[in-house]
Design a protein. Structure first.
Length: 237
């Protein structure tokens, strides 16, 4: 990250959700569990005094993952979501310089919430059975993808250079399965004074998150490389 990007800052906090996105959407078929390695620790970040901190709350992460391959008709497009995001923005001066940290419990991810599918358009109009929803979630949380038992959280963190509102391209460090990935994502921040509403819409690829899309039958059924991400959060004292 260069200085030009670092000066674009506060909204960065929103992006934490990304991470999630990528891994989620395995298709509705069982996966082979890879050999597990020791869990790399995500560096701990000490908290600042309460007077210097804004709390991140009321967050929602929505991921749209699409089927692909010559036999894609046998699979489904899926929506993966969570409202369990939490974190803080630490302000070190009156201009808003500082840092942020956001955490997503992997086990909080929901597959194909009925209300979200109902408003997501034609690509998600097909009915997904409870069996397919359950199978997709097991695959997503299993050792072949997010490995929730070994890596229970996805963490986003970064430095802040400004608290100004507006639209930004923000650098973000995203920890997925114990590995840090550098991303640059668009964020919109609205509000001033007591609180800010943060929103982000972007596309992330499996490759950017160090992941390989789920695939069976020599690629005839697979998950598409790109994932559509929507993230909303509020930062307030």
């Amino acid at each position: 990250m260069d200085d030009r990007h670092r000066r674009q800052a506060f909204p960065r906090t929103a992006l934490t959700a990304l991470a999630l996105a990528g891994v989620l959407l395995s298709a509705c078929a069982p996966l082979q569990a890879p050999e597990r390695a020791a869990t790399p620790a995500v560096p701990a970040v000490p908290a600042a005094p309460a007077a210097q901190r804004l709390t991140l709350a009321d967050g929602q992460l929505v991921l749209q993952v699409y089927r692909d391959g010559t036999l894609q008709r046998l699979g489904h497009n899926h929506i993966v979501s969570s409202t369990a995001l939490s974190g803080w923005v630490e302000l070190s001066d009156t201009q808003g310089a500082g840092r942020f940290r956001v955490e997503l419990p992997v086990d909080s991810l929901v597959v194909d919430d009925a209300a979200l599918r109902a408003t997501a358009g034609a690509d998600f109009s097909a009915t997904v059975s409870e069996t397919d929803r359950g199978g997709t979630r097991r695959n997503m949380l299993g050792p072949g993808l997010l490995d929730a038992a070994t890596y229970p959280s996805i963490v986003a963190e970064g430095d802040l250079a400004s608290r100004a509102g507006g639209e930004f391209q923000l650098p973000l460090r995203l920890w997925v399965k114990g590995v840090a990935h550098e991303l640059l994502v668009p964020v919109t921040v609205r509000g001033s004074g007591a609180g800010f509403d943060i929103e982000s819409h972007f596309i992330v690829t499996h490759a950017q998150l160090g992941l390989v899309p789920f695939s069976v039958a020599m690629g005839a059924i697979r998950v598409r490389e790109d994932i559509a991400v929507t993230l909303r959060m509020r930062a307030a004292p």
